[in-house]
Design a binder for this molecule. Structure first.
Ligand SMILES: Nc1ncnc2c1ncn2[C@@H]1O[C@H](COP(=O)(O)OP(=O)(O)O)[C@@H](O)[C@H]1O
Ligand SMILES: [Mg+2]
Length: 239
């Protein structure tokens, strides 16, 4: 599979994401689950960090906090020197929309929308309007994942691997500071996984994208620049 990323370039703003003592506890009292122990982490620009760890060790919890999809129980996150509010707020939504692309294990595409509209929706939320060059940006992102010819398809008309590539196009279309992927190949067969892994590595190497992912896939782990392991909510990482 040849992936054409030559024409696809990211915003060149330097990235910094710093977490200070972020933790997550679900529930309270005797039912409390300490999913993530207090964690301070600086994510340098253009790393590819791959997190492993047994099921239930806190990988998704950490990714959701970094992706601003969930609120930490304690601690704080700064993105490019902006303190992220620890309450549901428009500022938080705006920071997430502008800086973070998220790839989910189960793709999370909207079944009733065509490929174009799935990506357009994310772009319109990011910019709070329809960009004049929307079509161009979408074509560019689909070209990067080699799916230009599927622009008018519905998700159910695509294979699992193609759906994941649409999800990646949706995530990278807004040119995020940080790309987060939660077990992006877990629902794919080995051949399709390989394509997705190569694509992520190329996004990192050629586009200088910063990527944090959770995966058990040895090929994904091998190509990462940094590795981390979560165990019972505590992270060991070579950063
Ligand atoms: N929404 C939730 N409510 C209560 N407990 C949760 C919730 N999400 C995750 N957990 C618990 O938090 C722990 C970490 O889960 P998770 O981050 O999903 O781990 P992983 O992604 O490594 O499998 C697990 O014990 C899980 O059951
Ligand atoms: Mg998980």
């Amino acid at each position: 599979m040849i992936i054409n990323l030559c024409t696809y370039s990211l915003k060149s703003s330097p990235m910094s994401i710093v977490t200070q003592n972020i933790s997550k506890t679900y529930g309270s009292g005797s039912l409390a689950v300490h999913a993530l122990r207090p964690l301070s982490l600086t994510i340098p620009n253009n790393i590819f960090l791959c997190l492993a760890g047994p099921s239930g060790s806190g990988k998704s919890t950490l990714l959701q906090l970094l992706g601003l999809l969930d609120l930490p129980s304690t601690g704080s996150i700064r993105i490019n020197d902006t303190m992220v509010p620890n309450t549901d707020s428009p500022i938080r939504d705006q920071l997430r929309a502008q800086h973070i692309g998220f790839i989910f294990q189960r793709f999370h595409l909207m079944e009733r929308l065509r490929v174009y509209e799935n990506i357009a929706l994310s772009l319109r939320i990011t910019h709070n309007k329809t960009l004049h060059n929307e079509t161009e940006l979408i074509q560019e992102a689909l070209e990067a994942v080699q799916l230009s010819d599927k622009i008018n398809r519905y998700p159910k008309e695509l294979s699992g691997g193609e759906q994941q590539r649409v999800a990646i196009a949706r995530a990278i279309c807004k040119k995020p500071t940080l790309l987060i992927a939660d077990e992006p190949t877990a629902n794919l067969d080995s051949q399709t996984s390989l394509h997705i892994i190569k694509l992520l590595h190329k996004l990192h190497q050629k586009q200088k994208m910063t990527i944090v992912c959770a995966s058990h896939d040895p090929l994904l782990i091998q190509g990462a620049t940094h590795q981390g392991t979560l165990l019972d909510g505590s992270l060991e990482v070579d950063l």
